[in-house]
Ligand binder design. Structure first.
Ligand SMILES: *Cc1c(COP(=O)(O)O)cnc(C)c1O
Length: 489
């Protein structure tokens, strides 16, 4: 199968491996598959007994990608390292019509592992095969960093430099990064917030000296965020799996429609659901939720994407604190074609807004509905559901608002749970105690354990006694030199 840019006519298709290695497509676009494989209606029933990883392999192979079967097998075998190798993604029944797909049972306790684990294996394999060295630069608000470092640690031909805002992540997230012991990674705290980390990365990528130094050292740049289709492909699988799991739990009949609800930031997870729907999964609607940074729900509700007057608001669901959400572009392309996508994206880049026509909005809403959920509502959800026995993190909690307010049809709903509560323990305590005190993660974790009669996973507990390897907090102007030293080391 070939991959094309969202912003030019499809005259220059490339293979999957190329789209993974150099993910920026012509005219600043993103790579998308030229067509999607189709699942026939028997597919779901026929795969009731297929394991998650075998299903992943089967579906990825339907994309006809230029990756050998043995490499793909090794990649999906990494799901064996999740909590339960037989069920890496449990689908948990919370109410008669409400199910949670727990996507956080991987090594770094956030759904980013679902795609980054296999993706890291494939990227490193390709780099080695082509005898090239790659640098992955990551700016993180807390979940992407640990998951990226974990998947690439000690992998040949790859180096990872990760920037996190000092004070802008939870203690657990920070420890996951700073205690990681590997010979090919660098972790730098920077003075400032996530915006600063991202803009530092941008100016680095634009720097002439940096580029020429990379060239001299024979190092190529790639990206591990969800602009890379190598991540998106693994984010389609679990939505298909949810449908099959509902069938196998006898909760639905084959062909019955369901809702999928996704707490969204960069829209990668929601895009995966959209592709699953287009491939034939009977999804009635994809509901997306935002926090107080409600740019995505505004787009889906009004057709207007406008960041002119907006600045980033810090919330208790930081992985959804976003203004420019990259993967919306792939949906726009799929619905309206490359010319219109180029026009809309050019507007966004030059004027910081774009407006869909009313028929375009209608077309978008055939597949999506959305709602924003502020922090106080999020806290009340955490409290309400933990009182009745289901513990969820603040990101996942935003999606319960969609269950309460947007679900109009009697169809069953699957909510994607994107992180484990252990990564956001202080907010959990604020919710349970209805207070707004500042807790350390260490203290908050034990309060939650006691109050909710649960236990944190060993890998989180152990973080607090591990040696901290990366201590450095750097100023913006020193980042370039730091990373150059790291590359040459
Ligand atoms: C990354 C992340 C999100 C947002 O996912 P997107 O695919 O970027 O929309 C939501 N919740 C958590 C916990 C995350 O780490």
């Amino acid at each position: 199968m070939s991959f094309i840019s969202t912003r030019v006519s499809s005259s220059n298709p490339i293979e999957f491996s190329q789209a993974i290695l150099s993910p920026s497509a012509p005219k600043g676009g993103l790579y998308v598959p030229s067509k999607l494989p189709q699942l026939d209606s028997d597919f779901f029933q026929d795969n009731i007994d297929t394991s998650y990883k075998e299903l992943a392999k089967k579906i990825v192979q339907m994309f006809n990608i230029d990756i050998e079967a043995s490499v793909l097998q090794d990649a999906v075998d990494l799901y064996d390292n999740f909590d339960d190798k037989n069920t890496p993604v449990p689908l948990v029944k919370v109410k008669d019509d409400l199910f949670v797909s727990e996507l956080y049972h991987g090594p770094t306790r956030a759904f980013k592992d679902m795609a980054l684990q296999p993706f890291g294996h494939i990227l490193s394999h390709l780099a080695k095969k082509e005898n090239k060295n790659f640098l992955i630069l990551a700016a993180t608000s807390g979940d992407t960093g640990p998951a990226t470092l974990n998947t690439f640690k000690n992998k040949p031909n790859i180096k990872v430099a990760c920037l996190y805002p000092d004070g802008g992540t939870s203690d657990v997230q920070k420890l996951q990064m700073t205690t990681m012991d590997a010979n090919n990674i660098d972790v730098l705290g920077i003075e400032g917030n996530f915006d600063d980390a991202q803009s530092a990365l941008k100016s680095l990528l634009a720097s002439k000296t940096f580029k020429s130094e990379l060239q001299n050292s024979n190092i190529n740049l790639s990206a591990a965020n969800s602009v890379n289709f190598g991540r998106i492909i693994f984010q389609i699988i679990y939505h298909i799996y949810s449908y099959i799991a509902l069938l196998s739990q006898k909760e639905i009949k084959n062909g019955e429609l369901i809702y999928i609800t996704v707490p969204s930031g960069n829209f990668g997870n929601a895009l995966g659901a959209y592709y699953a729907k287009k491939m034939g999964v009977p999804i009635y609607k994809i509901l997306t939720t935002s926090n107080a940074n409600s740019i995505l729900s505004e787009l889906i509700n009004t057709g207007v994407y406008d960041i002119r007057e907006k600045s980033l608001i810090k919330t208790i669901s930081p992985a959804m604190d976003i203004l420019k959400s990259s993967n919306v572009e792939r949906v726009l392309f799929d619905k309206f074609g490359y010319e219109r996508t180029l026009e809309l994206m050019t507007n966004l880049n030059k004027q910081n807004y774009y407006i869909l026509t009313s028929s375009e909005l209608e077309c978008l809403r055939e597949d999506f509905e959305a709602i924003a959920c502020d922090d106080s509502y999020t806290l009340s959800i955490i409290k309400k559901y933990s009182d009745s026995g289901y513990i969820m993190d603040p990101h996942t909690a935003t999606s319960l608002k969609a269950y309460e307010k947007l679900k109009k049809e009697p169809y069953k709903m699957v909510i994607c749970s994107t992180a484990e509560w252990t990564k956001f323990a202080p907010s959990m305590v604020n919710a349970i105690n209805k207070d707004d005190k500042a807790y350390t993660d260490h203290k908050a974790l034990s309060i939650v354990e006691e109050k909710l009669n649960t236990t944190m996973i060993k890998s989180v507990k152990e973080l607090f006694s591990k040696e901290i390897i990366f201590q450095k907090i750097v100023k913006k102007e020193d980042i370039e030199q730091e990373i150059l030293n790291f590359i040459k080391s």
